[in-house]
Design a protein around this ligand. Structure first.
Ligand code: FAD
Length: 382
């Protein structure tokens, strides 16, 4: 164990990562009177590779945390347009619907809300987590030490911490690349477009400020043949006519698209050395389902409720907190993840997708049931 100095701060809860899962937990817990430290490595506001379509199932909880996405300019979305190269397509209404808002705006608003509720937001990167005598000791890149009774791991899909914690998924190769940019252009306001091409999918939807989010995920083996994002977009994305129309009639507002790689959909442990994993750190649903943010926000509620039960005496030990969180997480998300993965595997090949589309067009209720299976009921407010 390595504790270099007196801790900067001792708190009830320390949260690693200030994305959606981390910040919602911070607002919830500090709002109930706990001392909370959030350590986030990137300054706000910042753009993030994400489709930026958020399911309405998050609304009651977000509202109860004091966040109204529509006041921030979110655009309401209730229709899905799905198509494959060659022109086959279908349109359906979304059972629950959602809204489009950039992570730039949403995460920043959550951060400000968490700070207003009393959470301490620290700009630094967690490098080491020690758990000794029932307390956590966290060491950061700036060589600061923080101690806390509970730690929530909300540091996203992939981090150096996963290697340090020796998590199984990190040793497996993962072959997905994702790219996102904002554009100025016309796209029906209440629609999310999901456009298939060989090896991947591209989502298109409106966000605040009359901008479009264009975000795609693709198998690296397909992507690498094109050697650059420009060439890939010019030659592959435009194999889908709907996507070609969007790209031809829109203008990028970013200097260049953002990209990430090594995205893993493998299952992950929810508890690692007593760290309660939350959001993408606990498991990532395929973006095709458009509900990773819903899961991250929903998991924030579950982890916060379990920790609060300890502080109000309903749960007596750390083990009880861990057990309750794991049970509730599995009950809420395990089957969604399975359906999401099965769907992504089934639709991986656009030729299979082309065969399935006419069937789904004839039986729209089947498609709506599949969509519902990857989403949950609205989480209640606090
Ligand atoms: C291509 C793509 C498209 C997607 N589209 C959608 C969509 O349209 N709708 C939807 O609902 N979901 C979508 N998702 C999923 C969604 O983006 C995630 O599920 C969501 O961001 C998870 O939130 P989180 O808080 O768990 O993680 P994040 O939002 O990733 O936050 C983690 C934070 O931790 C910080 N961090 C990491 N390591 C450290 C460290 N060591 N110390 C301190 N800080 C650290 C990071 O900087 C980051 O801010 C998409 C995902 C991908 C890949």
């Amino acid at each position: 164990m390595e504790i270099r100095s007196e801790p900067e701060q001792v708190s009830d809860v320390l949260i690693i990562g200030g994305g959606l899962a981390g910040l919602c937990s911070a607002i919830h817990l500090s709002g109930k009177g706990l001392s909370v430290v959030v350590i986030e490595k990137e300054a706000y506001p910042r753009h993030k590779v994400c489709g930026e379509y958020v399911s309405n199932e998050t609304l009651p909880y977000l509202n109860s945390l004091g966040i109204d996405p529509f006041e921030l300019g979110a655009v309401s979305i209730d229709q899905l347009d799905f198509s494959v190269p060659g022109g086959n397509s279908l349109k359906t209404s979304l059972p629950l619907g959602g809204f489009g808002i950039s992570r730039y705006t949403l995460d920043h608003a959550l951060c400000e809300r968490a700070a207003a509720k009393g959470a301490k937001i620290v700009l630094d990167q967690v490098e080491k987590i020690d758990f000794v005598k029932d307390m956590f000791h966290i060491i950061t890149k700036k060589r600061k030490t923080y101690s806390s009774l509970f730690v929530i791991g909300a540091y996203g899909k992939r981090s150096i911490l996963d290697k340090k914690l020796d998590r199984e998924f990190i040793s497996k190769k993962s072959s997905y690349v994702a790219v996102k940019a904002h554009y100025k252009g016309f796209f029906p306001e209440n629609l999310v477009g999901l456009y298939n091409f060989e090896g991947g999918y591209c989502g298109v939807s409106n966000i605040e400020g009359r901008k479009l989010n264009v975000c795609y995920i693709v198998d690296y083996r397909v992507f690498q043949k094109y050697k650059s994002i420009d060439r890939f977009q010019e030659e592959m994305l435009k194999s889908n006519n709907d996507l070609s129309d969007v790209l031809e009639t829109s203008e990028i507002v970013f200097e260049k698209p953002l990209s990430i790689s090594q995205i893993s959909f493998d299952s992950k442990e929810l508890l690692v050395n007593h760290v309660l994993m939350c959001g993408d750190s606990a498991g990532l649903i395929h973006p095709l389902c458009g509900n990773g943010m819903g899961m991250a926000i929903g998991a924030a509620r579950l982890v916060s409720d379990s920790i609060l039960s300890y502080f109000n005496g309903k749960l007596k030990t750390r083990e009880e907190v861990e057990k309750q969180y794991v049970q509730q997480w599995n009950k809420s998300f395990r089957s969604r993840l399975r359906t999401g993965h099965a769907l992504a595997l089934l639709l991986r090949n656009y030729k299979t997708t082309s065969i399935l589309l006419p069937f789904l067009r004839s039986f729209p209720s089947v498609l709506r049931r599949i969509i519902s299976a990857t989403h949950g009921k609205p989480a209640l407010g606090i």
